[in-house]
Design a protein around this ligand. Structure first.
Ligand SMILES: *[C@@H]1O[C@H](CO)[C@@H](O)[C@H](O)[C@H]1NC(C)=O
Ligand SMILES: *[C@@H]1O[C@H](CO)[C@@H](O)[C@H](O)[C@H]1NC(C)=O
Length: 987
């Protein structure tokens, strides 16, 4: 799944790209547990007796569940309550599970028993897009690996009407003596009259009803408005990670792979889609009422439940074939179809590229990509039927910016990489989610780099992955990549920057020290060994070790990066003044280690004591970047020799390693001098890396705050996108932290001073390379925000001409022009853009407008805008986070956004169902740049009594970030002020 949305919001902090989708389970589940607690008090005695009795039964089943053949991993499955009293298992889980009918639910484990193996599903589904009723019948063919008289499977809020169990050998029914539902665990328990036997084949048939929901998960309703203003509905699915169970009863864990057959009943004027192509279509009007049609689909290959997808809609499609004859189509509302060509073309090339790169053919006959108007994530990799947010798939050559263009290519590449990494070979359990997402986030850049060689994707990689990962992972509230998760709330919470960005960044580092060839050969092997099956992290490392002929212990190296949180700070200095020996030491880097009284969670100890295997690459002024040396720090410090004439050393070449580097004062000074004299001796990625490290180290108090200021002075000469994008992010963050501090106005002057040369030179012709277009757009937009003249005047003029005379604006200039028009305009300008937001047929344009509408300066306008988030007909729930985020990032709207979040907390929550995860994203977007003690108290007091479910970590991270901001401003306000005064910057 692609989670994060493209972050081209100038003043939006990019720490958290959480998706706007949410979990159903948090609050719902908690209230049920509380109910259970009451029951226990009132019926205590009866329960104790029943409990002891059941415990015996239960123990027996668990012994099998835990020691059965499928359980080779000790982390799989939660231990039963009576075995783990002392093991610190979360108390709420030790509550006795009570079924909906009041009986004790006999299976007390969030994981299913592993002795029942589903082999084939046949799903019949009949959704009605008018009444929202869904009728379903699911047959599950399964076998058992030991005799049993019960089975347990997943079901979430399905009303079961009929259930039958058949022994397929003699076609005889086996009587079901009891069926129990445990809503909090989303499980059903079926007890049988007879024992099921090992050699036999069984089929469980369940007839049920449910309804199409409005939350963006399970089987849900979405809608769009046609050009002529008609509202059309579609029904679509989103199952990852744990929502398949709300559309059909199933064994909803990634390891239970099975084949899927599908039949969909629909109206004649709709079409239906599934992972596989249609085999036949029957008119069933005669039996079922007029106009009804049934599509039967071909059976799928073996796959996990979370990859199943089906859609009923009235779309059209555009279509082509790969050189191997696989059919590739893009589905969209008819009038948006012209915007689908780029995705179709890219997907086709990418499929061909991946088949070659992975050395494994794509196993399905078709690949459909479909635009879904209401979609929580960026996209979802369902095998053969990939669902996308509209902005992740539609591209208009005349209207879409280079950034949005690239976003489409990247998301298409991400989901297609999953067809192998994730779909063909799947993580055994969600604790290895990073295997899926880290790989797809890494391969998406490699893939686009291949298809679009002019886009410098690997330079941009460090911006979007390495730097994002390092940012979040430097907090004490981060977590290791490999993390133990059990319930849906916890699973939901690991779809974060750590799994995606850090995962991708450490794979990039791995590629660099293995070489792409070895990595690729290893991956081919890994995919072939585990295809149609499951694997975990250590399976991957062992294959890769084999391909280095065991010369590198890949597992030992990579365990230090995946099994402990955080990353090292490597400090480099001369061993003594005269010698040519340099010393590199490693310590864990924490942004907040100096902050007093920080309210952080207890720091877990690390199995590696926070030491890492680090491939330390470097060059010096005596060697230059064509002669890169690499030395290994094997969980230790090291010394190495360089030419005694060396003035500076640049380590972590191209920021390809996932760590930060600090230099001695003398080495930093020489780097600053070199940058000023001739920055081109460093690659753009290295310049970006120096900026990123210097700014970040000053945040942690490791270097003096004047270092990044001195170093950034060279930016007046910088003309490359990657260093500028890095610098702008830091400068704009500083500007936010300093917004109430003494040096704020002067700091704005400093930014202006840095931006002036490039802003005036880069001009208003929307031409040049892809990176130049990205650069122009970012530079001009930033210039307008700090009022660089004559850029601001020109932008305002262009807005006026556009609004009054309809003079067209080229796509990459729109952000700056719209921003200027709205920031310096009033209600008329805002209304004009709002009307355009509602009328344009181009999703990328809608998205841009959504962002710039938040840059208004008038509090009344901003308040209207915030209020529109409460009405799903004005702002779709999927876009609420963007709106709150842009208003919060606007210095004029920051406090209003926070007030809105507080005042409307429950209303906002109801928009996302019980989407606690989405709420976590909102907390970060609205609060994490606060920088005063008062605001810290406000935020912590407000949330103290609240259960924010899977948003808990986001809340902790925001609080840690605010405390850091407060401390940093207090420590550095005066220094920054003095430096700016000394360098002649004025208010
Ligand atoms: C369960 O489904 C019913 C309709 O089938 C719906 O009214 C109800 O809100 C759902 N409950 C939950 C907790 O999702
Ligand atoms: C849905 O219900 C409407 C109204 O009852 C009916 O006209 C339509 O044919 C139904 N569609 C399906 C697919 O059942």
């Amino acid at each position: 799944m692609n989670d994060h949305d493209v972050d081209d919001v100038a003043f939006l902090t990019s720490v958290n790209h959480y998706r706007t989708n949410g979990s159903q389970s948090g609050i719902h589940k908690r209230s049920l547990y509380e109910h259970g607690g009451v029951a226990i008090c009132s019926q205590r005695k009866a329960l104790i007796i029943a409990f002891i009795f059941l415990s015996v039964l239960f123990l027996a089943s668990l012994i099998i569940a835990y020691f059965g053949p499928q359980n080779d991993c000790p982390c799989i499955g939660m231990k039963p309550m009576f075995l783990t009293e002392e093991n610190g298992v979360n108390a709420s889980r030790t509550v006795i599970p009570i079924a909906t009918n009041g009986e004790i639910f006999p299976w007390n484990n969030l994981r299913l028993p592993t002795f029942v193996r589903p082999e084939r599903y046949h799903i019949n589904i009949h959704p009605n897009l008018t009444t929202l009723e869904v009728k379903g019948q699911t047959s599950i063919d399964f076998r058992v690996e030991k005799p049993t008289d019960y089975i347990v499977f997943h079901s979430k809020n399905l009303t079961i009407i009929e259930k039958i169990l058949i022994n397929r050998k003699n076609n005889e029914k086996i009587e079901i003596t009891k069926i129990l539902e445990y809503s909090a665990g989303q499980q059903m328990f079926i007890e049988l009259d007879d024992e099921l036997q090992k050699e036999e084949n069984y089929t469980l048939v369940i007839k049920y009803t449910t309804r199409l929901g409005r939350e963006l998960e399970g089987f849900y309703l979405s809608s769009y408005v046609t050009r002529s203003g008609e509202k059309k509905y579609l029904a679509t699915t989103h199952f990852e990670p744990t929502y398949a169970r709300s559309a059909f009863p199933c064994f909803d864990e990634p390891q239970f792979k099975a084949k899927f057959k599908m039949s969909i009943l629909r109206d004649r004027f709709h079409i239906s889609l599934f992972n596989m192509p249609i085999k036949s279509t029957d008119d069933i009007g005669f039996y079922m009422g007029t106009g009804l049609v049934r599509d039967d689909f071909y059976e799928s290959v073996e796959m996990s439940t979370y990859l199943v997808a089906f859609v009923v809609c009235d779309y059209n499609h555009t279509h082509t074939k790969t050189s191997k004859g696989i059919s590739v189509s893009v589905y969209a509302p008819t009038d948006l179809l012209p915007q689908a060509n780029f995705a179709l073309d890219t997907a086709t090339k990418m499929m061909e590229h991946y088949e070659e790169f992975f050395g494994v053919p794509y196993p399905l006959p078709k690949q459909d990509l479909i635009a879904i108007p209401d979609f929580g994530a960026g996209a979802m990799e369902n095998w053969g039927l990939i669902t996308y947010r509209e902005t992740s798939i539609l591209y208009d050559a005349v209207e879409t910016s280079a950034a949005a263009h690239q976003w489409v290519a990247v998301v298409v590449a991400h989901e297609l990489a999953h067809q192998w990494f994730g779909n063909l070979v799947t993580m055994r359990w969600w604790n290895d989610l990073w295997l899926n997402e880290g790989f797809a986030s890494f391969l998406e850049y490699l893939g686009v780099d291949h298809v679009m060689p002019g886009w410098s994707m690997m330079d941009q990689f460090i911006l979007d992955k390495t730097q994002q990962g390092l940012h979040l992972d430097a907090l004490s509230t981060s977590h290791p990549i490999s993390v133990t998760v059990y319930d849906p709330v916890e699973i939901e919470a690991i779809f974060d920057s750590i799994s995606y960005s850090k995962g991708a960044a450490i794979l990039y580092m791995l590629e660099k020290f293995l070489s792409q060839n070895i990595l690729r050969r290893g991956l081919n092997d890994y995919l072939n060994i585990h295809k149609y099956g499951n694997a975990d992290t250590k399976d991957l490392w062992s294959v890769l070790s084999k391909h280095t002929n065991q010369t590198l212990e890949v597992k030992s190296i990579m365990d230090t990066w995946t099994r402990q949180m955080g990353f090292p700070l490597v400090s480099i200095r001369k061993e003594n003044v005269t010698a040519s020996t340099y010393l590199a030491t490693q310590t864990r880097f924490l942004l907040t280690s100096d902050v007093p009284n920080i309210t952080t969670i207890r720091q877990p100890s690390s199995p590696f004591k926070y030491k890492w295997y680090i491939p330390l690459s470097y060059y010096t002024d005596q060697t230059n970047f064509k002669n890169v040396e690499t030395v290994w720090m094997n969980m230790t410090n090291i010394t190495f020799e360089v030419d005694p004439k060396v003035a500076w050393i640049k380590a972590n070449v191209n920021q390809s390693g996932y760590f930060r580097v600090n230099y001695s004062q003398e080495l930093w000074d020489n780097l600053v001098v070199q940058l000023k004299k001739d920055h081109s001796v460093f690659s753009p990625a290295d310049r970006a890396n120096l900026l990123d490290d210097a700014f970040t180290l000053s945040r942690a108090g490791v270097v003096n705050v004047t270092l990044p200021l001195r170093l950034s002075m060279y930016l007046r000469e910088e003309r490359n996108y990657v260093p500028w994008a890095t610098a702008l992010e830091h400068l704009q963050n500083w500007s936010k932290y300093l917004s109430e501090a003494t040096p704020y106005r002067m700091f704005q002057q400093y930014m202006k001073y840095l931006l002036e040369p490039i802003a005036n030179e880069i001009g208003w012709d929307d031409t040049g390379s892809h990176l130049q277009k990205l650069l122009r757009s970012d530079i001009l937009a930033s210039a307008v925000l700090c009022e660089v003249e004559p850029v601001t005047t020109e932008a305002k003029n262009k807005f006026k001409k556009w609004m009054q005379e309809g003079v067209r604006i080229s796509p990459n200039l729109r952000e700056v022009v719209y921003t200027a028009g709205i920031k310096y305009g009033g209600v008329k300008e805002w209304q004009y853009c709002w009307a355009r937001y509602n009328s344009t047929r181009v999703p990328s344009e809608r998205k841009l407008l959504l962002k710039v509408l938040g840059s208004a300066s008038d509090p009344w306008i901003l308040q209207r805008y915030l209020l529109s988030t409460l009405n799903r007909d004005m702002i779709k729930p999927q876009d609420v986070k963007t709106v709150l985020g842009v208003v919060a990032a606007n210095p004029d709207g920051q406090l209003q956004a926070w007030r809105h979040l507080k005042a409307r907390w429950y209303t906002l929550q109801s928009l996302f169902g019980n989407g606690t995860f989405t709420m976590g994203g909102l907390i970060t977007a609205v609060t994490s740049h606060f920088a005063s003690d008062y605001d810290f108290r406000e935020v912590s007091d407000f949330f103290r009594p609240m259960d924010v479910g899977s948003g808990t970590r986001a809340l902790q991270q925001s609080l840690e970030m605010i405390q850091l901001n407060v401390y940093w401003v207090k420590q550095n306000e005066e220094n920054i002020f003095q430096w700016l005064v000394n360098n002649d910057f004025k208010y």
